[in-house]
Design a protein around this ligand. Structure first.
Ligand code: BGC
Length: 373
């Protein structure tokens, strides 16, 4: 059987396996575990969770998405008093400590985790607002806006105060920097939720965030990995898809994607950033699907399908997708070092499966549009 034939045979299975896997790994509280078989990932991140919930939403599993949104609401209610403390501290120029901020990840029951993992990451708070807005938009049921009004307002207050402060990026690194892809999540969340709230202050906030991102390009007019850096990062794709800070065809976006293709697209998959050494810095499933998602948006369908096929081929005999594959790794010693510390690369990673599902949905929608014509 041709490689392509094999891919399409596996595809139907992989879609069902991914949905089942995500449903099975949704806690009764509504949270999703990042990876059930990788001990350090047995928590729920707002970042991973929001994209997982979104993939469930667009694949007909609305209840699963709603349960996750409900879990975030409960978690924010539990910790929202921190936001008032931050406001007081900022107003009085008092020092803010990592534990003052809202967490990036929680136990599956929505409790903070006391360890040395980086706490202050704000992208997930933008992403949950975005996911909530997508839920309301796509289901036509905006009752959740009223139901979660208090948590929505708390999140907005929080993001308004902290968006310009340096915080850890989506890879939980560089905590002393400001990252355009993090700001894209905040922008997308505020814009999304403001479709329902229609508040002037929120339009101004998202306008300011966008202006800030656009006035901090590199000297070659690319979006930087972080403000002041000359490096690139595949998470910069988020600026166009799905958060629409800029159109996919924006000149800075096109240049950034060219750099991603030149520096990070390796042996069929997409790496995070050139200097990455985590588990050898291999190709990430979720980022490969992201580039393909971007390609769909700009009509490069063949390129999208190629990445899609590569992704399908990375699933194991159970249909499980890892966080990354290491065929592009030049230093096996680094891989061994990480394996000694934490075990084999996380697999299955729910976020990988969810981005695969997003891509399947995009390609299927394209197919049905073509059939319709
Ligand atoms: C990644 C994060 C992710 C977490 C759980 C970390 O290694 O850098 O982006 O949220 O794993 O999947």
């Amino acid at each position: 059987m041709s490689a392509k034939g094999k891919v399409f045979n596996q595809l139907k299975d992989l879609k069902q396996i991914s949905i089942k896997l995500i449903l099975e790994n949704q806690n009764s509280s509504g949270s999703y575990v990042a990876s059930p078989d990788f001990p350090v990932y047995r928590y729920s991140w707002l970042r991973d969770g929001s994209f997982i919930a979104y993939s469930m939403l667009i694949n007909g599993e609305t209840d699963s998405c709603r349960k996750f949104l409900n879990w975030v609401d409960g978690t924010i209610q539990r910790y929202k008093s921190k936001i008032e403390v931050i406001a007081i501290k900022l107003a009085n120029n008092h020092t803010l400590y990592p534990e003052d901020f809202l967490s990036a990840r929680y136990t599956l029951n929505g409790m903070e985790v006391q360890d040395d993992w980086p706490v202050f990451q704000i992208d997930g708070y933008g992403t949950w607002l975005w996911c909530l807005a997508e839920y309301c938009r796509l289901t036509g049921d905006d009752s959740l806006i009223e139901k979660y009004r208090d948590s929505i307002q708390a999140t907005i207050n929080y993001l308004t105060m902290v968006w310009k402060l340096p915080n850890y990026d989506c890879w939980e690194e560089n905590g002393d920097q400001v990252h355009p892809s993090t700001l894209a999540c905040v922008y997308g969340g505020i814009e999304g939720i403001n479709q329902f709230l229609k508040e002037k202050e929120l339009s101004e906030l998202s306008r300011d965030i966008r202006k800030f991102i656009l006035s901090n390009l590199t000297k070659n007019d690319l979006f930087p990995k972080y403000i002041g850096s000359d490096s690139v990062d595949s998470s910069l794709l988020w600026l166009s898809v799905p958060f629409s800070v800029v159109e996919p065809g924006h000149p800075g976006m096109k240049k950034t994607v060219k750099a991603i293709e030149e520096k990070l697209l390796k042996e069929g998959g997409v790496r995070r950033y050139p200097e990455d050494t985590f588990y050898g810095g291999g190709q990430w499933i979720l980022l490969t699907c992201w580039l393909a998602w971007y390609y769909v948006k700009i009509g490069k369908i063949q390129e999208a399908e190629q990445l899609f096929e590569w992704t399908v081929m990375q699933s194991d005999e159970r249909g499980h997708l890892p966080e990354q594959v290491q065929t592009g790794t030049s230093d096996p010693d680094i891989v061994r070092k990480w394996e000694k510390r934490w075990g084999k690369v996380a697999k299955p990673l729910l976020w990988s499966h969810s981005m695969f599902l997003v891509l399947v949905h995009e390609l299927e929608s394209l197919q049905s549009q073509n059939d319709f014509r």
